[in-house]
Design a protein around this ligand. Sequence first.
Ligand code: SF4
Length: 357
Amino acid sequence: MNKITDIKLTDSLINNLYRIANKNYIIMEICGTHTVAFLKFGLKHLLPKTVRVIAGPGCPVCVTPQKLIDYAIDLSEYAIIVSYGDIFRVPGSFSSLEKVKSTGKDIRIVYSITEALDIAIDNPTKMVVFLAVGFETTAPATANVLIKAKKLNVNNFFVLPGHKLIPPAIEYLCSNGVKANGFMLPGHVSTIIGCSAYQSIVDKYKIPCVVTGFEAIDIITSIYKLVEQINNNDAKLDNTYSRGVKWYGNAIAKENIATVFRTTDSEWRSIGCIPDSGLELNENFHKFDAMKKFDIKLLNSTTEDNCCRCGDILRGIIEPEQCANFGNKCTPEEPIGPCMVSSEGTCAAYFKYGNIY
Ligand code: SF4
């Protein structure tokens, strides 16, 4: 499909949406890239007033608990700390990796965990700890590299495990009275886990769900299909991103995750503990677990962000403009909470794109 066809189709779908959207709809997306795309394409301003799209807990950096950042900061006393760029500015209880790096600690940003393993191989006399955050999208890379590190018998490479799983988070939202009546499901995560991972949620909660890609037409098509399902009172699992997402996902990626990790209850920042929503290293990979290797005890970690309403934003209870700090005390230059730090955080996306159309 070319861009002109895309624009004509999007236009036609929006017109049809105005025709069928005859009551109030709240659709939740659970993907930082969807948050950004929805605002950047100006779709928020093109929808009928009755159709609201709200963001859920889809920004992996935003849901990484302060305690994990505190651990990484403490470990910088003993090891080179490596992670993805987005996490560097996120505040822990008292500081951030960025601030600690400015005091001289060896903390490095990489695009891929493969680079972190290379740093360990190149520095055999030093310990290297990779802060492994992200959803099912980044977990396969962590698994692949740990399988490789095991084969190469690398003894100075460790992982601080912080991966989280999306379907248990959706289940948590549903079982705790989320005010959405349909879910736009994440495209990247779904390429790994497949559509089948959500079927039990649709069956149990009778809530419309559509796996969605990242072009304007993908998002509008999904919104249209969700509104249709809600109108027909017919909750189904649909997929408008079939060019990227298959029913069972990526078998090799899932197998590697299962080889290295097992599920565990996990703390989501500003939300709380969600059952079976995290990944911890299984016994065969314990030697790479930084928590076990260094036995760090945190005495002063906090669990709440004072004055920050990220928890309410991540559960779709409020939108960023409803936080008193938004745009004045809290900006991307001077962020208070993680939702304003990450480029895919809801507050940062609203700040950057919310009023440009
Ligand atoms: S605007 Fe800032 S303080 Fe308010 S919820 Fe967002 S990140 Fe937190």
